[in-house]
Ligand binder design. Structure first.
Ligand SMILES: Nc1ncnc2c1ncn2[C@@H]1O[C@H](COP(=O)(O)OP(=O)(O)OP(=O)(O)O)[C@@H](O)[C@H]1O
Ligand SMILES: [Mg+2]
Length: 449
């Protein structure tokens, strides 16, 4: 069973054309053979007619042996009452004199002959031709008729394949478009210039995209509302805990601190959920600015610098590139800062963190490289999943990278996380955005902190 529609069509059409070609070939072969036989018979009749019209007398009595071609047709003339032929072009051959008038066949000297016999009152004329030669001539003529079909059939197969491929190209393009639907940017597929057969299909997909976008937006709004609603009681809880602090017995202090830490963790989780809901929201309507990415990078480094220094880390931004991104500045800042704070959080004390910027086509990338433990390769594909944490020993909500991914998608960018490939352990986290306009490199603008 062939699964490809294209192959099915090519095979079906190709076979159909081939069958037509074969039927046409066989019939023209047969017709040509019949026609050629009729022509050869006519030739025998014409020779007989000329012999009757006086040519017989002019034939030599003892003919010289001719070439094979000349002996292809043999003529014999009998006179009534004579036992030997009056004239013959091949005396060694003895045809049956009493053959029925018209065409007949006979084996003479071990060979099959086709004989035309003409009975006249004054003579009997026989004109004969070897059947083997007739076969050769008719077959050769008939074979000539097969050439055009033999040449055309492969060409027709190629033409069928090309036509089918061309017709299905739009289907392939549609497949690629459907496959390329960005879940972060659900946009309806274009319907302009689409063939009528495919249009209903695209309309269904677009309806589905619309429903999906609505339900994703509902989910996002629910998360945002829930997180927002939870913030108030949690703040109240925090205040009450603060008020209670002086009244806690020294023996209960440790458990009370755990309670406060729990409240603080919940607060962070709610704040991250709110950030994620905002990052997931469509960009429409948000006031976009021309953001200098190198400023964002230095800002992110400056933000984590106190913690990094306190932990004896070496953090620096190198090979800066002047590039601008059209975005909400806080979004880009949050995305880069999440990657930098992950590097700080998951790299042991005294580690090194380097930030690089690079241009790649119309994208500008920020690489954050640490020399921490890296991430198990089997867990790497899941790090962008919500609430996924590869290292549960270190505190975190598992939402940071989901937020980064949502922000990258929001502005047509991308984010990747890989283990280092230079033999050292650690992570290379890269985030890229489309550049707003052509910029130049500032190679000397290296910044070491
Ligand atoms: N630079 C890194 N080195 C090692 N592991 C990392 C690094 N960055 C991320 N990870 C792993 O990926 C997981 C997911 O990271 P993510 O930023 O989404 O969540 P988090 O840091 O746990 O929490 P949050 O950022 O929401 O406070 C982390 O829990 C950690 O295990
Ligand atoms: Mg994080």
């Amino acid at each position: 069973m062939i699964k490809s529609l294209k192959n099915q069509l090519v095979l079906a059409l190709g076979l159909l054309v081939s069958v037509i070609g074969v039927v046409q070939g066989v019939s023209s072969y047969q017709l040509s053979k019949t026609g050629m036989n009729a022509l050869l018979d006519m030739r025998l009749e014409q020779v007989a007619a000329r012999l009757r019209d006086g040519l017989a007398e002019s034939l030599p009595k003892n003919p010289a042996r001719g070439t094979q071609d000349e002996r292809d047709v043999v003529a014999v003339v009998w006179k009534p009452g004579q036992d030997v032929p009056f004239r013959t072009t091949e005396p060694s051959l003895h045809f049956p004199r009493d053959a029925q008038p018209g065409f007949s066949g006979a084996v003479v000297n071990g060979e099959q002959w086709r004989i035309f016999t003409r009975q006249e009152p004054t003579m009997t004329i026989q004109v004969a031709q070897r059947s083997s030669i007739r076969r050769e001539i008719t077959q050769e003529a008939a074979t000539q008729t097969l050439w055009p079909i033999a040449v055309l059939l492969p060409l027709v197969w190629i033409a069928v394949a090309l036509v089918v491929r061309r017709s299905l190209r739009q289907l392939n393009e549609l497949g690629a478009e459907v496959q390329g639907i960005d879940m972060g940017h659900l946009q309806p597929l274009p319907t302009v210039g689409v063939p009528t057969e495919i249009a209903p299909f695209i309309h269904s997909i677009n309806t589905m995209i619309e429903r999906l976008a609505t339900s994703i937006e509902k989910e996002r709004k629910f998360i945002a509302d829930a997180a927002h609603e939870l913030r108030t009681p949690l703040t109240a809880l925090q205040l009450q805990a603060d008020n209670l602090a002086p009244h806690i017995y020294p023996g209960n202090q440790e458990r009370f601190q755990e309670l406060r830490q729990g409240i603080a963790r919940s607060g962070k989780l709610i704040a991250q959920l709110l950030r994620l809901a905002r990052a997931d929201a469509p960009v429409n309507g948000a006031p976009l600015a021309r953001v200098d990415l190198s400023d964002v990078v230095t800002g992110a480094v400056a933000d984590v610098l106190p913690i990094a220094l306190a932990r004896g880390m070496d953090i620096g931004a190198e090979k800066m590139v002047t590039a601008h991104v059209r975005a909400v500045e806080t979004d880009i800042g949050m995305a880069v800062k999440n990657l930098v704070s992950n590097a700080v959080r998951y790299t042991p004390d005294g580690g090194t963190i380097d930030l690089y910027m690079r241009r790649d086509g119309d994208m500008v990338w920020v690489d954050v490289i640490d020399d921490g433990p890296g991430i198990d390769e089997t867990l790497l594909p899941r790090v962008f999943d919500r609430f996924f944490r590869a290292n549960p020993d270190v505190e975190g909500s598992g939402l940071g990278l989901s937020i980064v991914k949502a922000i990258a998608a929001r502005y047509g960018g991308d984010v990747t996380l890989k283990n280092r490939s230079d033999g050292k352990s650690g992570i290379v986290a890269s985030i890229g955005f489309p550049v707003e306009e052509v910029t130049q490199n500032t190679p000397a603008a290296a910044l070491n902190l």
